[in-house]
Design a protein around this ligand. Structure first.
Ligand code: RIB
Length: 281
């Protein structure tokens, strides 16, 4: 069982020809709503890849909660650790996607910010995944309960306690986040994965590169959720006992597949799809 301690959002997505620059208005976009949130995306991604997953998180007591949770429910993720908090709104991400699949995201955390350390203090956690769209002290409390593999996606980038980094078996970041954290990423001895967008990803141990994998060529529709898929796939593969090189290839393959469809959770690939493309590489 993997316990994900993380965020749950409803994604409101405008897909248009280009992304707006500051002060610019872009028109002719199409509107869509999808379940999202980095924690929820990683939970569903891991479940679709064959893991047994429980999600600890929070939504508001509002109409958006059901919509945000519906694909997790349909996918069989254990939602017994999800609270519905009165007086809070469900987290919302406002997302713009361009014709070439790039995105801009603004998150309104709502109930995600209300998840407290006390909410995880009695949790039985073996393996865990966590993201920084919930308070860092709650993530640390969950990591301190974990007895197995601890995978932390340090997104969005922000200052975190050294104690949190010290609990990690695996830290996953993109290039922007890697630049923000700098050497601190490698100081605590965790495996560090840096995703490189269309270039694939690299894996480091104690600051030394130990594996690098190029991304397979795919038709990119929407990159939202690709990083979450990469993190979940790498975590699942390492927990399954794949070698670090094979796990990185598996994760890059899964992340690429997530770019071929629109939306965060609707785009998350199933295990058979990943195995099939992985087998051709
Ligand atoms: O990583 C993608 C996710 O980031 C989106 O689903 C959005 O909700 C934001 O949290």
């Amino acid at each position: 069982m993997i316990t994900v301690t993380g965020s749950i959002n409803l994604d409101i997505v405008a897909t248009g020809p280009t992304l707006p620059r500051p002060g610019e208005t872009v028109t002719n976009a199409r509107l869509a709503r999808h379940p999202g949130g980095k924690g929820a995306n990683q939970a569903l991604a891991a479940q679709r890849l064959g893991a047994d997953v429980r999600l600890i998180g929070a939504v508001g007591a509002d109409d958006m909660a059901e919509e945000a949770l519906k694909l997790l429910q349909a996918g069989g993720v254990d939602l017994s650790g999800v609270q519905h908090i009165n007086g809070e709104t469900t987290g919302v991400a406002l997302i713009a996607v361009s014709a070439d699949g790039e995105n801009l995201i603004v998150v309104c955390p709502g109930a995600n910010r209300a998840l407290r350390p006390a909410d995880v203090e009695d949790a039985d956690i073996t393996h865990m995944m966590g993201v920084l769209e919930i308070p860092a002290d709650t993530l640390l409390a969950a990591a301190n309960r974990a007895t197995g593999f601890v995978s932390l996606n340090l997104a969005p980038a922000m200052s975190v306690p050294d104690a949190l980094l010290a609990r990690a078996s695996l830290l996953c970041v993109n290039e922007t986040e890697a630049a923000f954290y700098g050497d601190a990423l490698h100081a605590a001895g965790a495996l560090v994965a840096i995703s490189l967008g269309g270039e694939g990803a690299a894996l480091y141990r104690n600051g030394t590169e130990i594996a690098r994998e190029a991304a397979p060529q795919v038709q990119v529709v929407d990159t939202v959720g690709a990083g979450d898929t990469f993190t979940a796939a790498l975590t699942v593969a390492l927990i399954e006992g794949m070698s670090e090189e094979a796990a990185l290839r598996f994760a890059v393959t899964a992340g690429a597949l997530a770019c071929t469809r629109a939306g965060a959770q609707p785009s998350l690939p199933k295990r058979a799809e990943v195995d099939s493309l992985f087998g051709t590489r």
